[in-house]
Design a protein around this ligand. Structure first.
Ligand code: ADE
Length: 224
């Protein structure tokens, strides 16, 4: 039984889900003049949707979660609040997932006020209906129980973070030395996904480079 609910998403899944999402937009009769990719998760789906709907205009906005130093509370912010003129245009705001939906709501509000398109509709690959504050106009899959989707564009980042969490937990129970094979075996027990040998190697090497782990004669130890 995995300790963290995780599901691996392949590149093939992403293409098929984007195709399905584009079909829903087309079927609704909404014809966007411009696609807006929410950085960073919306980049790949947005580009694929441009292809499936044959749309040339693609811009981007970065909306992300920000943990305020003094508070446990998480806030979404627009990272680079530049302005572009979308007056007279219908926009499609594209992201990978609506989880709580906070960052997307913020992006939509910013775009309406500052970029002034005639309309903005939201399209995502996945909508976590049990966690989200709203239902997007278009989604490909409804997810009823929260899981972490391991998308291909965050494979290294997630593997790195997952290792960090796993190692800190195992260290609490007194373990402080692993071979590479043990690290991979534990990872697969914790998360029940296999990201492949290259990503496991890249993540472990990054943890060594960042001073979280140290390696000696094939054994890895926590450095902190
Ligand atoms: N980003 C925000 N929520 C996520 C989730 N549940 N899976 C993958 N990426 C996410």
């Amino acid at each position: 039984m995995a300790k963290v609910r995780t599901q691996l998403v392949s590149w093939e899944d992403v293409v098929e889900w984007s195709r399905g999402l584009a079909e829903k937009v087309r079927a609704s009769g909404y014809m966007p003049d411009v696609v807006i990719a929410v950085a960073r998760g919306g980049y790949v789906p947005a580009r694929l949707i441009c292809d499936f709907l044959m749309i040339n205009n693609l811009v981007s906005i970065q909306s992300q979660h920000w943990t305020e130093a003094a508070k446990a509370e998480e806030r979404a912010i627009i990272k680079f609040p530049y302005e572009v003129d979308l007056s007279g245009m219908k926009a499609l705001l594209v992201d990978d997932i609506v989880d709580t939906g906070e960052s997307l709501l913020l992006a939509k509000d910013f775009i309406m006020r500052k970029w002034k398109p005639t309309d903005v509709k939201i399209a995502v690959l996945q909508w976590i209906s049990s966690a989200a504050k709203f239902k997007p106009e278009y989604y490909h899959l409804e997810v009823r129980e929260w899981v972490w989707f391991q998308y291909p564009w965050t494979r290294l980042e997630d593997t790195y973070q997952f290792f960090k969490k796993m190692l800190s937990e195992e260290a609490k129970y007194g373990k402080n030395e692993w071979t590479f094979e043990e690290l991979v075996k534990s990872f697969m027990e914790w998360y029940e996904i296999d990201v492949g040998d290259k990503y496991f190697r890249d993540a472990v090497n990054s943890l060594v480079r960042d001073g979280f782990l140290e390696e000696e004669k094939g054994k890895y130890k926590l450095k902190l």
